[in-house]
Write a protein that binds this ligand. Structure first.
Ligand SMILES: [Zn+2]
Length: 492
């Protein structure tokens, strides 16, 4: 830098930057090279190049462009200014996506000034590889639209959805609203950026409530079929009482049991009515040791194995110190916290014949030529239940959608199975009045499940039951999938 004043004057005029700040930077002799500005427009670069300022040069920059703006933004993640993955797939697969930086090598003297007459050597950059996701942008678009509408209708705080291919655990859609536009990342507001870029489905936990009854029912059916005398048979009739007293604590059903609908229930009817005491009975009769083996096989309290950073493992009270009344509540999805992804995967394993695969977001890694360097394949992690228990459970869940609390997810001519959930939220260890999480998890076709949809509406206003708020969203997403793939109605 031979003439800092002249350089600062021209640069401040060309780029609209402060003359004083520029001059201060240019006169700082402690560093041989500093970046004055990034993402400078073409016009400004033309003015700077024309002025021929000694010691100033510019380099071409890459800009990521997102044609779908905010679509799947938390899954994709974002990069730093120089292209390094900071969150999401950008971070997890950075080693494939990054490529290698090019270099310009030139001889300098001791203080870093270029030596006159020396020629520079140019080492070209290598492009990064392409990563193809398992997400289907059409399903993603439908699911984002449906959840945005639900969020508005119920003035909800947040809304999420996952669509999973239950046959191999490819993630087909992950919706997490509110979102943000990847072309306009709120980098200046770190709090806002962290909140919006976080993948809440993977990194945050919630109390699932009644959707968790799928797990309890699956464990019971498997034990019953295996001949465990402690398991309750499929035609066992539960006590009609609204309450169960465990360790001196009284646990109530959400229903007052006044109209007789919760009397003489079998397991199928207990699922239809989402009757809490029945699931207390199941958990207590199976016992902690057996039940916790199922929780482990369904991967609660551990990572699902998704190819994504920052996965939470949930909150599972340790078996050794578990109080009986807390254990009883786990039977119907309280006193346990899970990620949405964990619940989706456990439900998928419960209905797909009992196979728990590691969920996946990336299908292939390929070169620009299209040559595939890496193709992911399903990895079987556990077999929590067998095919017979899975088939029985799915037919019971089909009943929930046909005759029970999941009716608003029913699609004429199609076989949909599912379960609703309505959970109260906790703040500082106490129930937060009027704050609920409405959810629904369902799959179709029930005779050979392919698509699983989990919907979560966080703090809906007005209506708050999963049956009213979440089930219709799942129905709309499934109808979208039927349209996309032109899936014909089931026979009969
Ligand atoms: Zn009940």
């Amino acid at each position: 830098m031979t003439d800092a004043e002249r350089a600062a004057r021209i640069l401040s005029q060309s780029m609209g930057l402060s003359y004083e700040t520029l001059l201060q930077k240019l006169k700082d002799g402690s560093r041989s090279e500093i970046v004055l500005a990034r993402r400078v427009g073409k016009d400004a670069v033309g003015r700077i190049a024309g002025a021929d300022i000694d010691g100033v040069y510019y380099a071409r920059d890459d800009v990521r462009f997102y044609p779908y703006a905010s679509l799947a933004c938390q899954v994709l993640g974002f990069t730093s200014y120089d292209g390094a993955g900071v969150t999401g797939i950008e971070q997890y697969y950075d080693k494939y996506l990054a490529g290698e930086k090019g270099e310009i090598l030139y001889d300098t003297d001791l203080v870093g000034a270029g030596i006159e007459g020396a020629t520079a050597a140019y080492l070209p950059a290598t492009d990064g590889l392409s990563v193809t996701l398992t997400l289907d942008y059409r399903i993603q678009s439908v699911a984002e639209r449906v959840m945005a509408e639900a969020m508005e209708t119920y003035s909800a705080k947040a809304a999420q959805a996952i669509v999973l291919d239950v046959t191999d655990f490819s993630v087909l859609s992950m919706v997490d609203l509110p979102s943000y536009d990847l072309n306009d990342i709120p980098r200046d507001d770190l709090g806002e950026l962290n909140a919006r870029s976080r993948n809440h489905l993977v990194s945050d936990v919630y109390e699932p409530g009644s959707t968790f009854k799928i797990v309890t029912a699956a464990a019971n059916l498997e034990e019953w079929l295996a001949g465990n005398p402690d398991a309750l048979s499929a035609d066992y009739i539960f006590s009609s009482s609204r309450t169960r007293t465990v360790d001196g604590t009284t646990i109530r059903c959400w229903s007052d049991h006044a109209n007789g609908k919760h009397s003489h229930q079998t397991l199928a009817e207990a699922l239809n009515n989402s009757c809490n005491p029945c699931f207390v009975d199941i958990a207590l009769s199976l016992g902690k040791e057996t039940f916790y083996e199922y929780l482990a096989a369904f991967r609660f309290g551990r990572a699902t194995g998704l190819d994504f950073s920052g996965e939470a493992i949930g909150m599972l009270l340790p078996e050794q110190t578990l109080r009986e009344c807390d254990f009883a509540r786990i039977g119907f999805g309280q006193s346990i916290a899970v990620t949405a992804l964990q619940l989706a995967c456990a439900s998928a394993a419960a209905v797909n014949g009992g196979k728990y695969y590691a969920p996946r977001l990336v299908k292939t890694v390929s070169e620009e030529s299209g040559a595939v360097l890496l193709r992911t394949s399903p990895v079987l992690l556990s077999r929590p239940v067998g095919e017979e228990a899975s088939r029985l459970l799915t037919s019971m869940l089909e009943g929930v959608v046909r005759d029970g609390s999941g009716r608003k997810a029913y699609i004429e001519g199609y076989r949909v199975a599912g379960k609703t959930g309505t959970a109260q939220k906790y703040e500082d260890g106490r129930i937060a009045q009027g704050k609920y999480v409405s959810s629904f998890v369902g799959c179709f076709p029930a005779d050979s499940p392919k698509y699983l949809v989990l919907v979560i509406v966080d703090e809906p206003q007005g209506a708050y039951y999963g049956s009213t708020v979440a089930a219709p969203c799942a129905k709309s997403i499934m109808e979208g999938i039927i349209d996309i793939f032109r899936i014909p109605p089931s026979e009969g």
